[in-house]
Design a protein around this ligand. Structure first.
Ligand code: PLP
Length: 401
């Protein structure tokens, strides 16, 4: 067939039909879609209430009131005082504030973390190590990512007063750490405890009167709020120095005109998350259970990374699947994408363009196996789970001899 005989119009029709079919979205640990109720709450601040919250006139005061109400809402939900909540541009900035702010203010010389932390924590502490501010130690963990609490105790006992940063739940493998036990150990050793709660705020209840952490972190886009806004909880009496200098916003700690509609959206998203939490947890855990059952039924030698498949030890929103060694693993995400399934992945290998996952590498996962993370939200359905498993099974199903 010559080029001018090629049925371009047919191809165009086929492609546009393909593109008009929405892909199913299972990448909710990366980000979630905005809840329409949240958008509705934000709209007046995008359209009409435009005043600068630092202005003393009516336009400013109206907006200031919205920010302070948002602060009260969030504080109330985690059982904190409003003054303990500072708004940030998201989880990464809040993690940076906790680490830089407290290590430098308190003159701490040692920090403890784990190789499984998000880069928002790891790279921040490594930067402080490189600048000579601290010496950094890593808590040991087993091949499933469970932290060695005896080693943590040893590090706390033998090192100078430490800044400890250990996440509540891992964004890649979904492992939940026993933050209550970590907080208790830190208290015993007079350490400063920061826990990256980005994957659990809005999905689990937190009570800072019970969990004696010094810092907690939230990010709105992980629970159907807007992107680019989050908060840092700082226990009363814990000092932090500003990272961003300028005006007196956020009690002189974080200068710059506030992201007003973002803050309003953050508080609304959190309110909704708490209101509907039990139902959503039940619904999403059901989807995760269905994923596990269907994957085991359809794909031989399917495994699960970390403690991902154990309901009591992992996020109900995350399932990290380990797929059998195969030539198609290199193209796994691409193949799923063209079959209209959006997920994240990352093998344990760490060479060249395929940077791999630092978490799976730390767990010594077999680099010849494929890895994908399904992360679910309240908007996913059982049909979508079945569809995604079907697409995956097509790639791995054994061809009968
Ligand atoms: N910490 C964890 C555990 C995360 O999963 C993320 C985002 O993926 C972050 C921190 C960074 O949050 P943000 O995207 O709000 O900067």
């Amino acid at each position: 067939m010559s080029l001018h005989e090629f049925p371009f119009s047919l191809l165009r029709t086929h492609l546009s039909a393909l593109m008009s079919q929405q892909a199913v979205y299972f990448d909710n640990a990366a980000t979630t879609s905005l809840d329409p109720e949240v958008l509705e709450a934000m709209m007046p601040f995008l359209q009409n209430h435009f005043g600068n919250p630092s202005s003393i006139h009516g336009h400013g005061r109206q907006v200031r009131a919205a920010i302070e109400n948002a602060r009260k809402t969030i504080a109330h939900l985690i059982n904190a005082a409003p003054a303990e909540i500072s708004f940030t541009s998201g989880g990464t900035e809040a993690d940076n504030y906790a680490a830089f702010g407290s290590i430098r203010t308190l003159g701490l010389r040692h920090a403890i973390t784990s190789p499984l932390e998000h880069h928002a924590v790891l790279h921040t502490l490594q930067a402080l190590e490189k600048s000579g501010d601290i010496q950094l130690s890593y808590v040991r963990h087993d091949e499933r990512g469970r932290l060695d609490m005896v080693h943590l105790d040893e590090l706390l006992a033998t090192q100078p007063r430490s800044f400890v940063s250990l996440m509540h739940a891992n964004n890649e493998i979904g492992n939940i750490n026993d933050v209550q036990a970590i907080a208790d150990l830190c208290l015993q050793h007079d350490a400063i405890f920061h826990t990256d709660t980005v994957q659990t705020i809005g999905h689990y209840r937190h009570d800072v009167q019970q969990l004696k952490a010094h810092f907690l972190v939230g990010s709105a886009h992980k629970f159907h709020g807007p992107k680019g806004v989050g908060f840092l909880y700082t226990r009363s009496g814990t000092q932090v120095t500003p990272l961003i200098h300028g005006g007196a916003q956020e009690r002189n700690v974080r200068a710059g005109t506030e992201n007003v509609y973002g803050i309003v959206g953050l508080a609304k998203a959190m309110e909704i998350a708490y209101r509907d939490m039990a139902n959503h947890q039940r619904h999403i855990q059901g989807l995760k259970d269905l994923f596990i059952t269907a994957l085991r039924a359809e794909i031989e030698d399917v495994q699960f990374n970390g403690t991902s498949a154990e309901a009591d030890q992992s996020l109900y929103t995350v399932l990290n699947v380990s797929l059998p060694p195969s030539d198609i693993n290199e193209m796994l995400l691409f193949n799923l994408d063209i079959n209209r399934v959006s997920v994240s992945g990352g093998s344990a290998c760490s060479s060249g363009a395929n940077a791999g996952s630092h978490v799976l590498s730390a767990l010594n996962c077999d680099p010849s196996r494929g890895a994908i993370r399904f992360s679910m939200s309240k908007y996913n359905t059982a049909e979508e789970v079945k569809f995604a498993v079907e697409q995956l099974a097509k790639m791995y199903r054994k061809v009968p001899a």
